[in-house]
Design a protein around this ligand. Structure first.
Ligand code: ZN
Length: 434
């Protein structure tokens, strides 16, 4: 099946930076076959991109999709009070609840131009018989792309952690043939995983040739706890037990020290900064400028809806573009082009897919979004890169393709019954008495 996107302004990237040019894109199957001005092709599906920017779909490098249930629920609290309130709700959630709340997340992501997300489901399955794979199931049905992990915690030889590890591995096997789903391990954090469990998961990554993701140095309390217990920082602690021996996406790193940054640069760790979540929970700002200077691959995540409260990556880009200017009291320290890279090129690199995702080029996978430039946020169109970061709301996205397939066309979702999902989520919050 072939699709031709015609008359759009196409966002391109190479070492010299971003540029946009009037081009057509011919998609064959799930890949971009030809990118040229004025392409003609008979017998293919036509998408008219007049007055639109065609750009790579955004990559959310850190979230917890099922946490949409917590949206606007546990706000304006101290970190550990927030955690307690969130966990109380999660204790009552079933796998089916996770399925519906993940679909709610997916609707928001498609509508705001995210085509791939790195997920960690901390809430574990209730059933010991095996995973129902609620997150993977929702992703598979919706057509979106995801990098999925289970948030694992504990000691290696406890009954519960052995069971959860088994679920994670079985889930990987179950969805082995689903090309849009990539599995990684998700040790939750150094304060919730003992060293032997971190090592077991790292070894499993090596055996399976997969990556892992972990929360690191998110709060002052975490820093204090690790200093007291291990006499070091969370980042240096996980490095000392070998976590960084496999490609790792470290979420947050708000309190990363200069030595932490040097180690992460040396070990090729990607860092998913989550500025809105970090601000919302009163944790501060990660030293992203220092990380970029050290050559770290910095990407951007929303974190879950319990601490954001949205999964809109355009809103996250605005935050990332502004907070460092404010915090450093100088404007040029990060520019719009840097921020745009975080959600495209750098996000793809973090998941090991930089040759085929996060970029528009012949041969790459067709994960594309169409941005309607005929909106006040983009008029006048002095600088569209700035517009994407500083003035866009994400609501200008009207068409989304993932793996060459249309998931939203002219604002209408093609794979999900939105009202059904909203109804089911309302029922869940009523049942959980939220
Ligand atoms: Zn998180």
């Amino acid at each position: 099946m072939k699709t031709l996107i015609k008359n759009g302004l196409v966002l391109l990237y190479d070492e010299s930076g971003w540029r946009y040019e009037k081009k057509d894109i011919l998609i064959n199957g799930n890949r971009m076959e030809k990118i040229d001005p004025d392409l003609q092709e008979a017998g293919c599906t036509l998408i008219d991109a007049t007055d639109h920017l065609v750009m790579p779909g955004l990559i959310n490098a850190h979230t917890h999709a099922y946490m949409t249930i917590h949206r606007n629920y546990a706000d304006d609290l101290m970190f550990f009070d927030w955690l307690e309130k969130v966990q109380r709700v999660e204790d009552g959630m079933t796998e089916e609840d996770i399925y519906w709340t993940t679909l709610l997340a997916i609707i928001e992501m498609i509508r705001s131009g995210t085509t791939c997300f790195v997920d960690m489901t901390i809430k574990s399955a209730q059933e010991k018989s095996g995973p129902k794979s609620a997150v993977a199931g929702a992703v598979a049905e919706s057509g979106l792309r995801a990098v999925i992990s289970r948030g694992l915690a504990g000691v290696a030889d406890s009954e519960e952690s052995i069971m959860k590890f088994g679920q994670a591995v079985r889930e990987m096997e179950m969805f082995r043939d689903e090309s849009r789903i990539q599995f990684i391990h998700g040790p939750h954090a150094p304060y919730s995983c003992m060293a032997d469990y971190l090592q077991k998961l790292t070894q499993s990554c090596k055996e399976r040739g997969i990556r892992q993701t972990i929360h690191l140095s998110e709060s002052q309390a975490e820093m204090d706890g690790m200093a007291k217990e291990h006499g070091t920082t969370p980042i240096q602690y996980v490095d000392s037990v070998g976590v960084f021996d496999v490609p790792t996406i470290a979420a947050h790193c708000v309190y990363a020290t200069d030595e932490d940054i040097r180690i992460m640069a040396e070990k090729g760790v990607s860092v998913a900064i989550c500025p809105k979540s970090n601000m919302k929970l009163g944790n501060g700002f990660s030293p992203a400028m220092k990380m970029l200077d050290a050559g770290i691959n910095v990407c951007l995540g929303t974190d879950g809806c319990g601490s954001n409260n949205s999964l809109n990556m355009f809103s996250e880009m605005t935050a990332a573009g502004l907070v460092y200017k404010g915090a450093n009291r100088q404007s040029p320290c990060v520019d719009a082009a840097d921020v745009l890279k975080m959600v495209t090129v750098n996000g793809a690199k973090a998941i090991g897919r930089e040759d085929e995702l996060g970029i528009i080029r012949e041969g790459a996978i067709a994960d594309l979004i169409l941005v309607n430039l005929n909106e006040p946020q983009f008029i006048p169109a002095n600088n569209i890169i700035s517009g994407l970061v500083y003035s866009s709301k994400g609501s200008e996205i009207d068409t989304v393709l993932v793996d060459g397939k249309v998931l939203m066309e002219n604002g209408k979702l093609t794979t999900i019954d939105e009202n059904k999902v909203y109804d089911e989520c309302r029922k869940i919050t009523a049942r959980l008495d939220m």
